[in-house]
Design a protein around this ligand. Structure first.
Ligand SMILES: [Zn+2]
Length: 141
């Protein structure tokens, strides 16, 4: 690990905050790596690093073939604002587009107790929980 941005061209950004040294011997230095970007200072530096090293990364991780999400695993829960819903009523839905199912469900089924306690509106249970709910409601086995 390093505290410095991993893009070797980071100093070439030539930002004011990167200037160090005394008159006549000034230079630009890398930014520190920041929390959100982990090993880089910014999205631009991360992208620059990735463009240079993507072949190395892919060879290290390995390539994969086409992935498939089958019918029975395609459940999810979504929140629709009324303006986004074709019926005009909004709310929470258990959905499986591959099965052609969009079933209105109460908030208690659509969200975790934490979501409800925190009064978040648009967060919903994850896809594994959505599948379990579909089984409970007799929509899947
Ligand atoms: Zn950088």
């Amino acid at each position: 690990m390093s505290e410095w941005c991993q893009n070797k061209r980071c100093p070439q950004k030539k930002n004011q905050n990167q200037i160090r040294g005394s008159k006549g011997a000034k230079y630009y230095q890398s930014n520190k790596a920041s929390g959100y970007y982990e090993h880089w200072c910014s999205m631009g530096c991360r992208e620059s690093w990735f463009q240079e090293h993507k072949e190395t990364c892919m060879n290290a991780v390995g390539f994969i073939d086409k992935q498939i999400l089958p019918l029975d695993d395609a459940w999810f829960v979504d929140f629709y604002y009324s303006w986004r819903d074709s019926n005009g009523d909004g709310g929470y839905y258990l959905i499986n587009k591959l099965k052609g199912i969009k079933r209105a469900i109460p908030r208690q089924q659509a969200q975790t107790p934490e979501d409800i306690a925190e009064d978040r509106t648009w967060t919903t249970i994850d896809e594994t929980q959505a599948k379990e709910l579909a089984v409970q409601l007799g929509l899947a086995s």
